[in-house]
Design a binder for this molecule. Structure first.
Ligand code: ADP
Ligand code: MG
Length: 219
């Protein structure tokens, strides 16, 4: 089953054509790796597929919904419920504990009682082996732990698809491997789709598909 469909995606920054017409389909439960040199447009593409940025041309459908035809407020709600993000630098809020960071997308989404959000966050942190770390601030966690908290946060609203931009780029090889295995475990157990931009060839080889981006085009 097709989860995401992108057609003719273009993005310019001034005179610079960063994306030159990208077509892509992602299946439900599929793990797709995107590799390619720095400056190829990978992060720009991920931001658009994840609805954080709008293209200058082309269209993106997620679950058959044309996302950029939604009003801004509807799009924000859709994004919060359907899409998760993991970045190279975890982007955890420094003044909040691991548990509070993981709860954040639930508070933003705003429709569930706090008790339910905290229970879900606690369950996820347990699943990711962080039960003992829930009360810690990000600065009191190792790099691998911080990234697992970011994964738990991305999972809080049970998104259909998770976009990860060089998620293991800041980890040593053992922590990177653990994180990659976690993605596959989550896909197998919960059926999330993953689109992962990476320089890690081991991960790219493990993925269901390895796509190459170069100079604003996908091959
Ligand atoms: P990658 O993730 O593959 O390294 P990016 O998508 O980050 O590539 O960037 C692609 C190109 O777009 C680069 O030349 C970069 O300098 C340019 N670029 C990215 N974001 C912006 C921006 N906000 N304003 C201007 N140029 C940008
Ligand atoms: Mg990038």
């Amino acid at each position: 089953m097709k989860l995401l469909h992108a057609k003719g995606i273009k993005r310019n920054y001034g005179a610079l054509e960063v994306l030159k017409g990208i077509d892509l389909e992602i299946g439900a439960g599929e793990i797709v790796a995107i590799v390619g040199p720095s400056g190829a447009g990978k992060s720009t593409l991920l931001q658009i597929l994840g609805t954080l940025d709008k293209p200058d041309g082309g269209e993106v459908w997620i679950e058959d919904l044309s996302v950029f035809n939604l009003k801004d407020q509807e799009l924000a709600k859709f994004r919060n419920e359907k899409v998760g993000f993991i970045f190279q630098f975890h982007n955890l809020l420094a003044e909040f504990t691991a548990l509070e960071n993981v709860c954040m997308p639930g508070y933003i989404q705003g429709s569930k009682p706090e008790k339910e959000i905290v229970a879900r966050a606690t369950e996820l942190l347990g699943l990711l082996g962080l039960s003992e770390r829930m009360g810690n601030l990000p600065s009191q966690l190792s790099g691998g732990e911080q990234q697992r908290v970011a994964v738990a946060r991305a999972l809080l609203n049970s998104p259909a698809i998770i976009f990860a931009d060089e998620p293991s780029g800041n980890l040593d090889s053992q922590n990177a491997l653990d994180l990659h295995r976690l993605f596959f475990q989550l896909r197998d157990e919960f059926g999330h789709s993953f689109v992962i931009v990476t320089h890690n060839e081991e991960l790219a080889e493990m993925a269901d598909r390895r796509l190459v981006m170069q100079d604003g085009l996908m091959s």
